[in-house]
Design a protein around this ligand. Sequence first.
Ligand code: ADP
Ligand code: MG
Length: 764
Amino acid sequence: MAAGEAVVVGVRVRPFNDRENNLNAVVCIDMEGPTTRIRNIDTGDEKTFTFDESFWSHDGFEDDGTGYLRPLPNSKYADQRYVFDTFGQRVLDNAWNGFHCCLFAYGQTGAGKSYSMVGYGNNKGIVPISCEEIFRRIGQEKDPQKRYEVTVSMIEIYNEAIQDLLIDVELRPKKGLEVRESKALGIYIDGVIKRPVESYEAIETTIEEATNHRTVGSTLMNATSSRAHTVQIIEFKAVKDGSATVSMINLVDLAGSEKAGQTGATGDRLKEGSMINKSLSALGNVIEKLADRGSEKKKNVLIPYRDSKLTRLLQNALGGSSKTIMICALSPASSNHEETLSTLRYADRAKKIKNIAVPNENPQERLMRELREENEKFKKIFEAMQGGTMPSADEIKEMGLAQQEIAAMEGALAELNKSWEDKVAESREQQEAARMRRSSVNGVAALKKNLQPMMVNLNEDKTLVGRVRFSFPPGRTLIGGLGDESDSDSESGSESDSDSSTGSQPEGEKSPEEMFEDEDESPHIELGEGVARRHAVVFHDNDQNLCTIYAASEEGLKQTFVNGKSLRQLLKSQGLEEVICRQKDKPEAAGIELSHADTLVFGRHFFVFVDHMVCAPEILIASGQVDYAQAKREWQMEQLSGVHESLIVATRGGVLGVSHVMELAEKDEIIESQKAEIAELKQQMVTMKAELDRYKKMAGGRLAAGANMLGELYADELLESQMDEISKDIQKTFKDAIDQMNDVQAIFSKKALREGHLTWRSVT
Ligand code: ADP
Ligand code: MG
């Protein structure tokens, strides 16, 4: 038997970012050859780890004039090309040799996962370089008989739901896609789009499309990308003489690892209830167990793949027949010491995992073999039933599973039967239809977009900044979110508010000025969670080219921020009357005027205001004038301004250094974000509980309805009288299944015969 092959693990340390530079951060990481050392600057403690690769990307580099960062002479700086050459090439070589492969990026948010995987600007990461390389290699193929078929899928796992990033946000199934397992097909995502691609450009366009969908989705859901796992699946098929090898390349950009830690800190119950990090903590558990198994201590441990969507999806990559590479991103700064150490420990565990990778066999041959076996089994049961023997509970259960299996195989066969050319044409049609639909929705609005003032999104992930744009046409634009359906002014969450009684007043008792002119009006710009149904209004005076913002509710007054200050604070500091705009006309009272590059925050949605007369959003973003981290800090500082005022006074008096104030602000920032996280977890639990209750109710109803839920019921739980009644049903189901399988076999053998590479003897 083949010996297990260890997961290949590398760590990479990034340069200081601007903030760390401003704070005069201290480096706590050192690397020498494959070894990485981490120092605790407070205690002097040092720990040493050895990996397959330790990539030093902290210093010793320069811009080559195109923005590409290359090493200075004699420096140990690992540039993007070097990382690709050591890890990326390996992935491709494996795929070429018919293995499944998987590349993970793990680490704290901002540590450099996306930089290594996707890259920024001219510093392309492993994913784009690999894609380029795939088609370069295909171009070099000398054998005219050999064909290659490449498809790309892009998914995101957020809150334990798998979303297809190649489908428009509003067309996606609410609950996402399911991971299924079939004996013949292995693990697969049911219904995921596999986009055929024939060039590097086609992959690039596909990734771009997925990124756009991801941003729209996350901006509307108020989900930051650091909480989602993104997986790109490249299916790589080499066909020769009608026979094929298929390799799946999984490229996984994981959610920020610090979230796992934060959840842990809020207690076990919350941890259990939370789905946000379920996938990430499940991945940790799976790695733990696999490492134990790899180190020969415990050979027969059960690996909990089924605990989360991510681990289930990557089951093969982690513990099965796959070549797996993990790249762990490290921050160099001593302020991140704890998080970085935990990443190193994670990496250290991961390298103990051993996989046994075998090249994949021809999927058609395997499918046929499996079909034949299934068919045989069913026939036996069917014959026994005709002889008067009732199938056992196990057999009924198996039947249910087998039916799923057959459905999966049918799907796969249908896929196999389509020619590559058909697939390409079909996919083109779908894309064209989606484009048409989108342009008919946005139509003229899209054309006018850049001719009006607008706000564009900010995001902690730089690749997502500026992708969502909302323009302000002349006149009034209402901004709102999911809010509370019954009353957008309800003060959920703020305990200490004196006027909270207004929120609980019945509708009829509202004074006229609390009523909206049009209660049913839906917002022009819909933002999702954390934003009141009627939150804020922008009036665009076209003649004067001036945009003015007002709160549209009490909540909006408190939770709309311009450059970090709430509308309430702004009005107060400018000596203006506090006004809530509930009508359609612009109020007499003054609002807050917006200027180019102002940051706007609604709830927790971040935007920047762009005056189209000054410049296009791309230019504003590229200028580096605004960035998410800066805007968020501004906003959080402002939220805590009471506390900070005294500190700032102290600073002026020279008591505290600026960096101290910044550090304190930083701590507050962490507390704030943890608070938000807890609130979110609470919300999660409420939703889960509702879901559970609903499920319980449904299950009750189903049991009562009884008989046709055959696949899910166990025979020993059924009454004898019911058995009789449904035994006919079972027989019919079995008969149908066998017919169905015979059909499938017929298609199959026809195809096989047509292609002349297989002979098929039908089982009679
Ligand atoms: P993550 O995906 O882990 O949240 P990013 O990859 O977005 O983090 O990296 C955060 C910031 O650090 C980005 O601005 C990125 O350009 C920079 N960065 C990360 N790694 C490197 C590197 N090796 N060299 C230069 N800059 C880097
Ligand atoms: Mg990232």
